[in-house]
Design a binder for this molecule. Structure first.
Ligand code: NAP
Length: 310
């Protein structure tokens, strides 16, 4: 039987998936028709990224799963019309992209690269950066992306402490969890990396109170979600020097409004949500594998815990 797969995502995503999906499905031995339009009652699986065309999943009575193209599912997980299983994207290309972004910005802070990039104006100012083994990095969120980054930073020698909701043991890192672990991880965060999902519990994880727990002059890298930081509290902490610098990839409103103080702030680097992109080639393989599992009656990969919101 030929399956009907509805590709419901903004137009810009289609050109790369139009070829990648049929190839991956064929390689997985799945007979399927990938379409951008179909009668809802005929759709077997929905391949989805948030868009205005499909927000009500009620008529998709035959649909066995919704397969997100995004890792972050805060825009779809709370949708009350979605009764079908929801899988988020876990893609090796995404994880590698995030690792590169995070390691690059942590290294920039660790080595104090900006001093030299912006120029010392003739001053032979000989400041040697510490070794990685003497630098504490806090990674908030030890999921697919946080763990990839934390492990790589630990392999480079950094003293990495990671924080997650549930307790974990990961070789080479100190792992803490829950509300009591948050203080521990923050007190160690000379450089803090945020890789938490956007849920009601993670909103404003960095606020006036928690920013004050960080070592004076701490640096922040946020490729997680804009909602993780109380922006006013961060701006105030940058003003007092409690926070030395922040590199922000994600914002409460995207694109970041032209008049937002982050754009012109001398101690903020804005990157336009480019830390990690789902790569069509590898993502299509993940989608094909999940459809194969769905058809074989096996447990789907990367199922979203709707109660936890991620
Ligand atoms: P994930 O695998 O779901 O991992 C989420 C991590 O956050 C887990 O370790 C989880 O703890 C932890 N967590 C969740 N709620 C928590 C809480 N209340 N307290 C403490 N820890 C909590 O997600 P992922 O694939 O690593 O992705 C992380 C986020 O990155 C995504 O949600 C998305 O927002 C963002 N992202 C950004 C980009 C970009 O380009 N900027 C690209 C992709 C993704 P447990 O391990 O205990 O569950």
């Amino acid at each position: 039987m030929t399956l009907t797969l509805l590709f419901s995502a903004p137009d810009r995503a289609w050109p790369s998936y139009e070829t990648a999906l049929p190839q991956a499905l064929k390689a997985a031995g799945i007979e399927a028709h990938v379409t951008r339009e179909a009668a809802p009652e005929a759709v077997d699986y929905i391949i989805y990224a948030p868009n205005d065309m499909l927000t009500d999943f009620t008529p998709y009575t035959r649909t066995k799963a919704v397969l997100s193209l995004w890792a972050g599912v805060e825009k779809i997980a709370p949708n009350p019309t979605l009764t079908q299983p929801l899988c988020r994207m876990v893609d090796p290309g995404l994880a590698e992209g995030m690792r590169d972004y995070v390691v690059g910005h942590v290294m920039r802070y660790h080595l104090g690269m900006d001093r030299h990039i912006h120029g010392l104006n003739g001053a032979w100012d000989h400041i040697t950066p510490p070794l990685a083994r003497d630098r504490s990095v806090a990674v908030l969120g030890l999921g697919e992306l946080g763990q990839t980054c934390a492990r790589t930073l630990a392999a480079l020698g950094f003293l990495v402490t990671g924080w997650s909701r549930r307790p974990k043991e990961i070789a080479g890192l100190t792992c803490v969890s829950g509300s009591e672990g948050l203080e521990t991880v923050l007190r160690r965060g000379e450089i803090v990396v945020l890789l938490l999902p956007n849920t009601p519990e993670t909103e404003n994880t960095l606020n006036a109170e928690t920013l004050a727990l960080l070592p004076k002059g701490a640096r922040i890298v946020n490729p997680g979600r804009g909602s993780l930081i109380d922006d006013d509290a961060l701006l105030a902490a940058l003003e007092t020097g409690q926070i030395g610098h922040a590199t922000l990839d994600v914002f409460r409103t995207e694109p970041l409004p032209q008049d937002h103080p982050y754009w012109a702030h001398p101690n903020v680097t804005v990157t336009p949500h480019i830390a990690a992109e789902t790569r069509a080639q590898t993502a299509a393989e993940v989608i094909a594998e999940n459809i194969r599992r769905g058809e074989a009656g096996e447990i789907l990969l990367h199922l979203v815990d709707r109660a936890a919101g991620y």
